[in-house]
Design a protein around this ligand. Structure first.
Ligand code: PMV
Length: 314
């Protein structure tokens, strides 16, 4: 039986989360060590399109009647079929699998949606341009997160380091030298919708204070881009990770467990470390010299990390 496949990487936000919701720049990179995959096969006649998320143990039929409740994956599949002018009553089985940890800030939902879009484009024999994939995935992100800035769908669709400002075309850029990140999962789900909502409430109460924090984060992102693109001065980049982390803590999105992991990474020789994504749970990222990666990895596992991924950003 012929199959059609799409895949997409995980991602981490390097710097600028939360401030990006308020129009400041953020930097995100793909994590190719984890991937999401969608495979389309023909199903029995008159079964319609069924999306099978094996890791979640769930199946989602394509919703073809107006007003019915739609899972984000069904929605993104329907929008993709409509975009390609394909009928909605096809007999397809779309199997989704992923090695990306769920609800941990590595973009598992966006990556599964991107894989799904790419598989449908492959089946239709059409090239899937990153801008189109990104826009379609954004629609599923809105269901997962409420009011996402759009950074996750962008970095996952482009599969490259991205400089992201809400509402502006994303800028893809290349590091002047590769660098290594150790990514550690706290094992606590990251409630992005909740942390974004809490930051908004706090910002509404003290707009000047929070705008000043966002401005500081913005300057850190600017400096970091210069280092990544131009100088490759990693110890300075590590300091910027630490500074960004202090500001994220001031926004109220860090937690005891995250701080414990960050301290362990720094003690083991990381050049700098910070939470990544929505915060409170999810992942931390530590910037390391290659020689220190194993030590930092072990220290993080010992401090209670549930999973550690080492990725090279090139
Ligand atoms: O939790 P994640 O990795 O999906 O990232 C959320 C990033 C925020 O800046 C907190 C929200 C957003 O929409 O950009």
């Amino acid at each position: 039986m012929q199959t059609f496949q799409g895949s997409a990487p995980g991602k981490v936000i390097l710097l600028g989360e939360h401030a990006v919701v308020y129009g400041r720049p953020a930097i995100a990179v793909p994590v190719w060590e984890t991937t999401a995959t969608a495979v389309i096969t023909d199903s029995e006649p008159r079964r319609g399109v069924t999306i099978v998320a094996r890791d979640l143990g769930q199946e989602f039929p394509l919703v073809t009647s107006a007003g019915a409740e739609e899972h984000p994956f069904s929605r993104v599949a329907r929008l993709t079929l409509e975009r390609l002018h394909l009928p909605l009553n096809l007999d397809w089985r779309i199997a989704l699998t992923s090695t990306i940890p769920i609800a941990s800030g590595l973009g598992s939902g966006a990556a599964l949606s991107a894989a799904l879009v790419r598989a449908i484009f492959a089946k239709a024999g059409e090239p899937a341009e990153p801008t189109v994939v990104s826009a379609l995935v954004y629609e599923s992100e809105r269901y997962f997160h409420g009011t996402p800035s759009g950074i996750d769908n962008t970095v996952i669709a482009y599969g490259a380091p991205v400089w992201f400002v809400k509402g502006a075309p994303p800028q893809i850029f290349t590091p002047c030298r590769p660098f290594t990140l150790v990514i550690a999962d706290s094992g606590i789900a990251s409630p992005t919708k909740e942390t974004v909502g809490d930051v908004r409430q706090a910002w509404q109460k003290q707009p000047n204070h929070f705008e000043a924090i966002f401005d500081e984060i913005s300057q850190i992102a600017e400096q970091a881009r210069h280092i990544i693109e131009q100088t490759g001065h990693l110890s300075k980049l590590g300091q910027l990770f630490n500074e960004n982390q202090c500001l994220l803590a001031a926004l109220g999105v860090s937690s005891q467990m995250l701080e414990k992991l960050l301290a362990a990474a720094r003690r083991a020789g990381a050049l700098g470390a910070k939470l990544s994504g929505g915060g409170r749970g999810g992942n931390i990222i530590a910037l390391v010299e290659d020689a220190a990666a194993d030590e930092v990895r072990s220290a993080l596992l010992q401090a209670g990390a549930k999973q550690v991924i080492v990725t090279r950003v090139a």
